[in-house]
Design a protein around this ligand. Sequence first.
Ligand SMILES: [Fe+2]
Length: 449
Amino acid sequence: MVYEETDAGAETECVFQIDQLPTVKWGPALIRDELGEDARRLVYPSSAGTCGRVALFTDKAVVNLEIFEDARRSLEAAGVEYVVYDEVTVEPTDASFKHAAAFASEGGFSAFVSVGGGSVIDTCKVANLLSRHPADLMDYVNAPLGKAVPPPGPLHPHIACPTTTGTGTECTGYAICDISELGVKSAIAHKYLRPTMALVDPHAVKSLPRSVLAASGFDVLSHAAESFTARPYTSRARTIPGTDRPLAQGANPWSDIGCREALRLAGLYFERALQDPDDTEARAQLSWAATLAGVGMGNAGTALPHGMSYPVSHGVHQRNAWKPPDGYGNVQGAILPHGFAVILGAPAAMRYTASASPERHLEAAFLLGAYVQGAQPEDAGEVLAGRVVELMKVAGTPSGLAELGFGMEDLETLVQGTICQKRVVNITPRDVTEEVLRGVFTEAIEGYW
Ligand SMILES: [Fe+2]
């Protein structure tokens, strides 16, 4: 940590903040053994007991898995009344968020449980928000696309049980969706969206299909790398006392702890998990890495690769052309899992941002398992991007956006769909202009091998 004395009139930030986290539990069989009692205590906080029931969120794939049966049995054993909502859309949209919110509003629930990947947990966060504090969805969506109105108060309790190894959303105050009418992805970001409790159960990822494992592994890797190399918190304007710091504060000593360890675990276990579907230890370690990266990313913010992923994800929906080889059979039409969308922009983005902090880019590469001996600062972008490309080849991702049907005729749409993502553009360690985006997207379209 760099420490410098600050004058009373200094204009740049000198304080970082650690917000309250959910209660995080990690360990095997947590959902089977502890979910029910944890939910009961949230629904019936007083010994006198109040009438209440739980909305149990999932999707059409997870609802058929053993882990979901574990969740049901655990709730039933604890005497918790629940209603299942299994209509969550993979890669949610504003319409699917509103559908879920209508269910939540009609049900009059007093607590929420989500069992699924990032789409399920994010949908549950927003259904909780809109049923607790009704408003138009766009009122809460980030500016400039939405009005970024802060929720007027806390939400109902929410226990998030992730079933993938990547999003880390169980620890963050973000919910991401595709805004259909505007043609881009955006987010709602507020600390009140953070779940009350996260149950991270490695049993939930034991049978994860390889494509889902790959996509979520790239998401965790990129969360950690983006937040670790993000603009430092000291580069922001000083926070006016009495006002809130943004969720995305920039890299800081607290976020660095989670990001470094997440990168180290991804370096040790991601390739192993990809190569051997029975390597349950590797999968379990990745589930911990995802939570750690979620803590780091939720505190520091994501940067350019996430910003680039939003118009890519939206564009893929329009094409009806591509689907990962397994794990997304229930999804109608084309789908590019979030982690793939992110990683397809990451090598180009890393090459661009490396000169802002070559030592951090090199350290990230080292933690991910790259050979860095003798590397000079000017090599940092190439070394980190090269390691990511190696992992992409192992996972069998597309080599670039052209493989998904994107061409140079899409360049302007991709550029405009990224430049408006102020939350992530502002945290990127080098200035992001339209010209810069044309360069990085050209590289991403042409492909990396
Ligand atoms: Fe992500």
